[in-house]
Structures are given as structure tokens and as C-alpha cells.
Design a binder for this molecule. Structure first.
Ligand code: ZN
Ligand code: ZN
Length: 342
């Protein structure tokens, strides 16, 4: 019913691909990150938000035709039923439930279990085969609470009222989640953003996610931004762009910040361990919860997760899918897209 191919997961009886990495006739897309949502397919089926995000990033002509998948409503293609169910990863993100003749497979796409004020939470779906990502599939990855990480940022802003705090955060999802968490923590000053974050941020606000007063760095005199918070793509945080603020403090919001050496290597002064992917504990908890007899691992640190499944008596196999290098955490495609957007 589903098999890994070089273009991505393929469902022969329905002739569709899930998150294909090359142009195909019919694609089902789990979410808008550039490693999953690519332009140039004949037809795309995705949630309304994912379709809108693709149109924002690639232009209205990103696909030949498009169809909205309403979460929870099954869509029949041939003899197979497909249902999109929230994945808790970014706005519009969905798992895809594939069902035929009593067999149910769930392709999770990217997902997380931690609460996120900017998108619908992950809904565990009992299934026979669970296809999971494993971006942080190593026991070392245990994400602390995102609210606690944002509290560290605000404490630093309080301690260094003359310095600009530059927060590197991916432009789709992470940037808006960080802003929403900053607001939940009671911070009321304007938040300044880099131009590459603007379109998606405006879309989140139009979708009813309150982010408070947002201003563009480009429309502001940078010399006046001491003590303020600036959100920009990670590439800009690493770049000369970030040095032209008053005595900047560089922060980076990513699950990889759990590895202190990586933070040091990137010159990050204030690492914030905030991830839009499940950590090791949540991967295991989710696998237990969906009660699948068989686990397929798409991308990320597959080996440790497959090994753990074996010790838990579950059948598991790595799919070795190529082309998913998560944008959400580190992706050259996204960096290029950000650069182009400026
Ligand atoms: Zn993603
Ligand atoms: Zn991904």
C-alpha cells in the first residue's frame, strides 16, 4: 500500500506520493517546510494552511491543481482512504492516515508533542504501521520546556538592557512560535523581525494567532534597538547583518542547541533548546501510544530508534529516504529561500 521510492513514499493503488522530493503527478503534502513541500507537482492535496504557505513561498502557480484536505475528513482515491490529522509541528501540519482493506498506516511527517500556541496539537492515531521521523532520535536529545527557554531569553534581556538580542529561528513555524511564547511570558514591547520572516508571520497573524506588535528591522534605525528582541533566520544571525546592532547577543532557537559544542561552534552566546520535533522520550512515547506492530523510520537518526524498537519487541526498519534534511532545524534549501526573500 505504501513503499519507499527515490521520489518519496508512494502508494501504488492510489498513484500518489507523500511529500515527494521530485515533481510527481499527484502529491499529498504533510506541511509547508521546504524539504517536504516542493513546487512543480501536477496536483497537490494538503491542508488549507499548507496550500497557502506553499503559495506564499513559491507563488500561486506552485502546482497544476490543488485540493484542500479538511483535518479528520477521509478522502477516497481509488480504493484507498486518506485522512489528514494534526501533527503539532507547524501551522497546518498534518499526519496522513492511509487506510485500505482493514490495514491502517500513519505517515507522521514531522511532529512534536510539546504544546505549541501556534498550531493544533498532535493527535495520536492507533495504527498497524507507524511511519515516524527521527530528527532527534538519540537519547541525548531531551528537550526542556520551550517556555523555560524563552524565560532565559527574557532574563538576558532584563540583565543586558543595552544589548540587542538577536534570535535565530527558522522562518516557518519556529519564529512565530518563539514570538507567541515571548507574548505568553508577558513581554509587551514590539518585537523586531528580519524581512525573511515577514510573509509567514503576517500569515500566522491573519490566521488568528496573536503575536503582538511586530516591526520590521528594515524600517527601523538599528542604533535604537539596544535592549530589544530581533527575530531573524539562522543564516542572518550568523552573518554580518547581525553585527550591526548595539552590542548584539546572539541566540539560536533549535533542538540542536542541546549540543553545547554545536552552539559554541556557531558562535551562539545564548543557546535556546526549542524544537518543533519530538525529542527521544516523545518519539518512544508516541510509538507506544499508537500501538503499531511495525515502525518505519523516514529520516533523521534512524539507527538508534530502530534498535530501541527491536528491544521493545516491535518490528522496525529505516526507510533511508533521501532529501529530508529538516528545514525546521538545519537546511540549506531554507537558507537559500531566506536569502532570496530578502
Ligand atoms: Zn518540518
Ligand atoms: Zn522534515
Amino acid at each position: 500500500m505504501l513503499l519507499p521510492t527515490p521520489a518519496g513514499l508512494y502508494c501504488p493503488p492510489a498513484d500518489i506520493h507523500i511529500d515527494p522530493v521530485r515533481p510527481v503527478a499527484r502529491a499529498l503534502i504533510t506541511h509547508g517546510h521546504s524539504d517536504h513541500a516542493r513546487a512543480g507537482h501536477g496536483a497537490v492535496l494538503a491542508t488549507r494552511e499548507t496550500l497557502a504557505i506553499m503559495a506564499l513561498r513559491y507563488g500561486e502557480g506552485f502546482t497544476g491543481s490543488q485540493q484542500v484536505a479538511v483535518p479528520g475528513e477521509a478522502i477516497r482515491i481509488g480504493e484507498v482512504e486518506f485522512t489528514f490529522v494534526p501533527a503539532g509541528h507547524v501551522l497546518g501540519s498534518a499526519q496522513i492516515v492511509v487506510e485500505s482493506r482493514g490495514l491502517r498506516i500513519v505517515a507522521s511527517g514531522d511532529y512534536k508533542r510539546e504544546r505549541d500556541p501556534t498550531c493544533a496539537g498532535f493527535e495520536p492515531m492507533p495504527c498497524d504501521i507507524f511511519i515516524t521521523e527521527a530528527t532527534f532520535g538519540l537519547p541525548v536529545f531531551r528537550h526542556p520546556s520551550a517556555a523555560g527557554e524563552v524565560a532565559k531569553l527574557l532574563e538576558s534581556v532584563r540583565l543586558f538592557p543595552e544589548r540587542t538580542h538577536i534570535v535565530g529561528a527558522y522562518s516557518l513555524g519556529k519564529a512565530q512560535r518563539v514570538m507567541a511564547l515571548i507574548r505568553e511570558a508577558g513581554y509587551n514591547r514590539p518585537i523586531y523581525i528580519h524581512g525573511a520572516v515577514e510573509k509567514i508571520t503576517a500569515f500566522y497573524e491573519a490566521e488568528g494567532i496573536p503575536l503582538g506588535e511586530i516591526r520590521l528591522v528594515a524600517e527601523t534605525d538599528r542604533k535604537t534597538l539596544g535592549g530589544e528582541i530581533v527575530i531573524c533566520p539562522p543564516s542572518a544571525a550568523q552573518d554580518l547583518w547581525a553585527r550591526r546592532f548595539p552590542d548584539p547577543v546572539t541566540a539560536f532557537a533549535s533542538g540542536w542547541m542541546r549540543i553545547r559544542a554545536r552552539a559554541r561552534q556557531k558562535g551562539v552566546e545564548l543557546p535556546l533548546v526549542i524544537s518543533d520535533h519530538a525529542d527521544w522520550d516523545d518519539l518512544l512515547a508516541t510509538i507506544k501510544e499508537v500501538q503499531a506492530g511495525e515502525i518505519w523510520v523516514t529520516h533523521g537518526e534512524a539507527d538508534a530508534l530502530v534498535h530501541w524498537c527491536g528491544t521493545a519487541g516491535l518490528k522496525a526498519r529505516p526507510l533511508h529516504l533521501v532529501g529530508y534534511g529538516d528545514e525546521g532545524e538545519a537546511d540549506p534549501v531554507e537558507e537559500a529561500a531566506d536569502a532570496a526573500a530578502v
